[in-house]
Design a protein around this ligand. Structure first.
Ligand code: GMT
Length: 377
């Protein structure tokens, strides 16, 4: 098949997932055309089956807001026609689903039919999409998609609750390349981070408010009172200064390392002991799944789709949003019991296997084939 993928090219989960999906489809022989404003961060391999089309947004003195959506729709039209695409798979509703609708209409006038599949990822529904500035367009363009998928049952239900959707939303869970994330740990790296055998705690996100990074620091400070430990913060974002201040206030700053955005996050995860994700909301929590694939138990909130990924008492522990006390107690208990910790590591790894890339890609292929012309298999 010749598949167009539209996504945010940044470190966010939706862009990561879309890029990994495209790479996996290309490995299976499909031609994959990424249409984005920048090379996606995880698109770091060469494949004869992968094409990258940059969306250029020309500026003009009149434009206070350069019309990205128009440029995106025009690029979609161009790529679909010139590469004879079979379908377009857009990740994140805003503005990808509405730009796809526009492209579809333009092409229909030229006698070209292009099926559009929209995958909802979370904040496009739960935060940004609900805003009444966007809601009518989001509702319309979701309904106009030929197929709609959501990355968890929770997100599917949230979407039905928040918008008037008159179509079936199919749940296709996010996936992980288990082999990549369960590589043999590089001991030298652990030695550098935790030279005295300290426990290594990790959090990875875009440090936005929804991630509750202050809770991460507070949980870590509680752990630190009970045992030697280091906190690795992977990513970057607006809450970083607030978090740094809190770490200083709680006297743990010297044990916190800010690693910035990391391409090879698996190398950090495999040497670490516990992953924290206390978010206000996660439609799925791809970062937690990647941690589990690297054999890390997860302490998370029970918000959104997290209970579908992190199984309480099996792969880690869940607590109500903001219940720092419970999350800290669970973390300390788990880290203090080597036998239990080893069991949870194995269970986290085993459960990550149910979301293995090999299981999920065929589900997307099956979905695509429903909308594809007879000759596009
Ligand atoms: O979490 C973010 O802030 C980034 C956001 C995105 O759109 O890239 O992530 C969302 O999509 C991910 C991939 O499907 C999910 O794993 C995240 O849970 C989801 N984030 C939220 O729902 C807050």
């Amino acid at each position: 098949m010749r598949i167009g993928i539209v996504c945010y090219p940044t470190f966010g989960g939706s862009g990561v997932l879309a890029t990994e999906l495209g790479k996996a489809l290309a490995d299976k022989g499909h031609s994959v055309h990424f249409i984005t404003y920048q090379q996606p961060v995880r698109l770091n391999v060469f494949s004869a089956n992968i094409y990258y089309h940059e969306v250029r947004v020309p500026t003009y003195p009149l434009f206070d807001y350069p019309p990205y959506e128009v440029a995106l729709a025009s690029t979609m039209v161009d790529v679909i026609l010139n590469h004879d695409l079979d379908l377009l798979h857009v990740h994140y509703a805003i503005p990808h689903a509405s730009a796809a609708y526009l492209a579809k209409q333009i092409l229909e006038k030229q006698g070209v039919k292009i099926p559009v599949i929209t995958t909802l990822h979370g904040t496009d529904i739960t935060l940004v999409g609900k805003d009444k500035t966007y809601a009518p367009v989001v509702t319309f363009s979701i309904n106009e998609s030929d197929a709609i998928t959501a990355v968890s049952s929770n997100l599917r239900e949230e979407t039905y609750r928040s918008f008037k959707i008159n179509k079936e939303i199919e749940v296709i869970y996010n996936f992980v390349d288990v082999e990549r994330f369960s590589k043999k740990p590089i001991d030298a790296f652990r030695q550098v981070i935790a030279p005295h055998g300290e426990k290594i705690i990790v959090h990875a996100s875009n440090f936005r408010k929804v991630k509750r990074v202050n809770d991460v620091v507070q949980i870590f400070a509680e752990i630190r009172k009970n045992m030697p430990a280091k906190l690795l913060m992977v990513g970057d974002g607006p809450e970083r200064p607030v978090m740094e201040n809190l770490a200083r206030e709680l006297n743990v700053f010297d044990d916190v390392r800010f690693l910035g955005k990391q391409d090879q996050i698996e190398e950090i995860l495999v040497v670490s002991d516990l992953f924290l994700l206390p978010s206000d909301y996660e439609s799925f929590g791809l970062a937690a799944l990647e941690a589990m694939a690297a054999r890390m138990p997860v302490i998370s909130s029970n918000a959104g789709g997290l209970p579908e990924i992190n199984i309480d008492g099996v792969t880690g522990y869940l607590a109500n949003v903001g219940d720092v006390q419970k999350m800290s107690a669970s973390a300390i208990e788990l880290l203090s019991d080597p036998e239990k910790h080893a069991r949870f590591k194995q269970q986290a790894f085993d459960h990550a296997g149910t979301f293995a890339i090999q299981n999920i890609i065929p589900i997307y292929e099956k979905l695509y084939s429903r909308f594809c012309r007879m000759d596009c298999q």
